[in-house]
Design a protein around this ligand. Structure first.
Ligand SMILES: Cc1ncc(COP(=O)(O)O)c(C=O)c1O
Ligand SMILES: [Zn+2]
Length: 390
């Protein structure tokens, strides 16, 4: 099972016991889970994976849940990697892949983080969870809370597609809608928060990142332990990028992969691109983005809390950050649906829009093996998308 050792602050390196429910370090820094990687290296064998369940819990050694009975699973993870042959031909790319995260419970990659964070919350005897969300994280948290018999309190912008509200209410969560963005939802939550609510905000607790880490493990396993040259990921709070980057590091330390890393590319929307601005200006932190607006609601995060961790991963990987317009997102969404039979959410479509822009800037070579991510289903965005199809 788990080889979780302790928690450690990403800023001051202070260590904490794994047996307590924690949010941030006393210095305000993000806490990361640390594993006994040498022990994993001695016992883990790639061939043992053949017998394991086809969900993210197949990587239990790298996950924080210690008692198997606490795992709250609905079959999340081990989503398909699909070769985009038609789009590849059109764009002149020989090796173009898409990891389709819409296959997850509640239709988005947020299920990964929530399956792991809710399981660990159960293990730590937490009964109530709360979080602000752009939509998908609230849906996933409500879903796993229902399965684990926890009460969820979710806070979302009031202009979210009604699908998200519907889903959260169906799972029994208490839904609060805020006139504003996810940052305003966070402020409202902090005003209403009760002492027994455990805060599951992005990167303000250590275990959602652990669930997202399995994106990196799967990418390697499904591509026969040879990572792609380029990963293009729709980025809001940045946990997808942070999780994969942590996975690659741990996988190298246990000998599952070598030194090669993909160039990590964060795609944001032109109407909310704080990470792109900071990356291009070679800054370590972002400035809060004013008047954030985009149809890719999951990318509407004006000030990612773990900005410096995302920016560091992009830099270390010799990656990039790129902004795409809503028009480009809609064109890519239509193109992916018509060329490949995959109907991505606007966030997922932004990864194709980003690829096209990078190719125009000659930043991708035709021989590069490129992995795009469809982080969620278009069907979560019916209200938003109907005007493009009526
Ligand atoms: C479908 C989708 N894609 C991407 C993102 C951005 O994810 P992250 O905040 O981990 O960068 C979100 C966040 O809500 C999302 O819902
Ligand atoms: Zn610290």
């Amino acid at each position: 099972m788990s080889f979780l050792q302790n928690l450690q602050c990403t800023v001051c390196q202070k260590e904490y016991s794994k047996d307590q429910a924690l949010n941030l370090c006393s210095c305000g820094g993000v806490l990361f889970a640390v594993y006994a990687l040498k022990k994993i290296a001695q016992s883990f064998q790639k061939k043992s994976l053949a017998q394991r369940p086809k969900n993210l819990w197949r990587y239990a050694e790298f996950l924080p849940v210690e008692n198997e009975g606490n795992i709250v699973s609905l079959g999340e993870g081990f989503t398909p990697i699909i070769e985009l042959e038609n789009l590849g031909k059109k764009l002149g790319l020989k090796n173009l892949y898409l990891k389709d995260e819409s296959f997850n419970p509640t239709g988005s990659f947020k299920a990964r983080g929530m399956s792991v964070a809710v399981s660990k919350a159960k293990e730590l005897n937490i009964k109530k969870i709360c979080l602000p969300s752009a939509g998908n994280a609230a849906s996933a948290a409500s879903c796993y809370a229902a399965k684990a018999d926890l009460q969820a309190y979710v806070f979302m912008p009031k202009d979210v597609d009604f699908t998200f509200v519907l889903e959260c209410r169906a799972f029994g969560a208490v839904v609060n809608l805020v006139d504003g963005l996810i940052s305003d939802a966070g402020k409202m939550m902090n005003q209403q928060k009760q002492p027994d609510w455990f805060d599951l905000s992005t990167t303000k607790e250590p275990y959602r990142v652990e669930g997202k880490k399995t994106l990196g493990l799967e990418l390697a396993e499904q591509l026969d332990w040879e990572l792609p040259d380029v990963v293009i990921f729709p980025t809001g709070g940045g946990v997808g990028i942070i999780g994969m980057w942590k996975a690659f590091d741990e996988m190298e330390k246990v000998g599952l992969i070598g030194k090669k890393r993909p160039r990590m590319i964060a795609v944001q929307a032109e109407g909310c691109a704080p990470l792109v601005k900071a990356f291009r200006e070679k800054k370590d932190r972002v400035e809060e983005w004013k008047n954030a607006t985009t149809i890719a609601s999951g990318l509407r995060v004006p000030k990612p809390f773990a900005d410096f961790i995302v920016l560091k991963a992009l830099k270390e990987s010799k990656g990039e950050a790129i902004a795409v317009s809503d028009e480009e997102i809609v064109l890519s969404l239509k193109e992916m649906a018509q060329s490949e039979g995959i109907f991505p959410g606007p966030e997922g479509a932004s990864s194709l829009a980003g690829l096209k822009k990078l190719m125009a800037e000659k930043k991708i070579d035709k021989d590069d093996k490129v992995a795009l991510f469809n982080t969620g289903s278009a069907l979560k965005h019916i209200e938003t998308l109907k005007k493009f199809y009526s």
